[in-house]
Design a protein around this ligand. Structure first.
Ligand code: HEM
Length: 148
């Protein structure tokens, strides 16, 4: 086979596998909880940008309200990993822990909202750290590993 043809073949193979991967990602069916989490994640990005500037606190507070709405809805949803827990006791423990984590996150978001409304930058920043910790812990315990 000519070198050029071989190069072309290799290049198209790489290209098509990348394309297939991208397609696979887009085709992935979102669970209702994933949809809620996506709203929470999008608003969170805006919050973290806006809190750097006290002029943006009112805008950040609005995004936190959006997060609270979706986080409250998430409390009564089931993580996809629930199905993999074996036995009733393990399932119960899993869902209770998940709900507790989400409820705690809602109360932290309410604290953040109050700090932003009060213009308290220090409290807002400390609460943001706590929310990030809750997110990390929640994801480690209840979210499938191959996602962010
Ligand atoms: C501000 C805090 C949080 C943010 C910004 C956030 C964001 C996200 C994002 C972007 C995803 C991926 C969605 C997708 O795959 O399309 C996700 C998934 C997930 N998150 Fe969160 N999250 C937060 C807090 C939490 C907490 C506290 C818990 C648990 C107590 C949690 C549990 C989960 C679970 C279980 C999934 C996978 C969904 C499923 O199993 O169907 N998250 N989150």
């Amino acid at each position: 086979m000519k070198k050029k043809t071989l190069l072309f073949l290799v290049a198209s193979l790489i290209f098509s596998s990348q394309y297939a991967l991208a397609q696979h990602h887009d085709d992935h069916e979102h669970t209702p909880l994933e949809e809620e989490m996506e709203h929470i994640g999008d608003a969170w990005k805006l919050v973290r940008r806006a809190v750097r500037n006290p002029d943006q606190f009112p805008a950040a507070a609005e995004q936190v309200e959006i997060m609270i709405k979706h986080a409250k809805k998430s409390i009564d949803m089931e993580p996809s990993l629930l199905a993999q827990q074996e036995g009733d006791a393990a399932k119960k423990k899993f869902i209770e822990g998940y709900k507790k984590g989400m409820k705690h996150t809602v109360s932290l978001l309410e604290e953040l909202h109050a700090a932003l409304k009060a213009g308290d930058a220090e409290k807002a920043s400390a609460t943001i750290d706590k929310i990030n910790d809750a997110r990390k812990k929640g994801h480690k315990a209840y979210k499938p590993e191959d996602e962010d």
